[in-house]
Design a protein. Structure first.
Length: 258
């Protein structure tokens, strides 16, 4: 299925879901308090845009996610390279990492608050934890799948370690890495509300929780829809960047999308 057909199908699916939502609201099948109508949500959206609050909350949340995501990538790349370079280090690091991977980031929030306080570091730290393991597993799996014969060819050609990484290991590992990057970015947006749960005065997660306390379900829906839309946009941007700079892994990207 080509890109235009995928886009058309996505538009049809969202149009169908919107129609079901509008129909259920118009027929009174769901309480407006539990599920406000599309018109009420639109009015809430227009109000938030008009007073500038939506832009402020959105900008702060985007910055937090991008900071946490970038830190997670740096940590995941460094750790995966160290584990690929040393089997002893990999054997020592693997058990605690696997243990930590099973723990939800929000379960670590009390410790993170004690260690990092309740400022921006705590919020970014939660997002780092949420993004780290999908990205790390993408790097680790990608490096593990590199054909040893390619490495032997690099050694025979006299490539130093840095050139082996740049010319052979990274290109061969890119399909798995890209999927890990996409998953990590999605996990970062999913962790946003939890990251902004404690001692926050701005951000989309804070806006949703504040609207819940005020029984403004329409504002809650606006926050949810905005997070989903930004998440789709950033994922589409990442895929577009990969297709532009690395067109040879397009098929793997589509398989990852499925």
């Amino acid at each position: 299925m080509n890109d235009s057909k995928r886009f058309s199908l996505a538009v049809l699916v969202f149009a169908g879901l919107f129609g079901l939502w509008a129909g259920a609201s118009a027929m009174g099948l769901v309480s407006p308090f539990l599920l406000p109508s599309p018109l009420d949500v639109w009015k809430g959206f227009v109000g938030l845009v008009g007073n500038g609050k939506l832009a402020d909350h959105t900008g702060i949340s985007i910055l937090r996610v991008l900071m946490g995501y970038a830190l997670a990538i740096v940590l995941a790349l460094a750790l995966s390279l160290m584990m690929a370079a040393s089997r002893v280090f990999a054997a020592l690091a693997d058990p605690p990492l696997e243990f930590l991977r099973q723990i939800p980031p929000l379960a670590l929030m009390p410790l993170i608050m004690l260690w990092l306080g309740i400022g921006e570091a705590q919020k970014v730290g939660i997002i780092v934890l949420a993004c780290f393991f999908p990205v790390f597993l993408g790097f680790r799996g990608g490096f593990a799948q590199v054909d040893p014969r390619l490495i032997e060819v690099g050694h025979a050609a006299g490539f130093p370690r840095r050139e082996l990484l740049r010319r052979i290991a990274l290109p061969a590992a890119l399909p798995a890495i890209v999927i890990g990057l996409r998953l990590g970015l999605g996990h970062g947006w999913r962790a946003l509300v939890g990251a902004e749960l404690i001692a926050s005065s701005a951000g989309l997660g804070y806006m949703i929780l504040d609207a819940q306390d005020l029984a403004r379900t329409d504002i809650v829906m606006v926050g949810i829809l905005v997070i989903g839309a930004i998440g789709l946009a950033t994922d589409a941007g990442l895929k577009a960047l990969v297709r532009w700079r690395m067109p040879w892994i397009r098929q793997d990207l589509e398989l990852g999308n499925g």
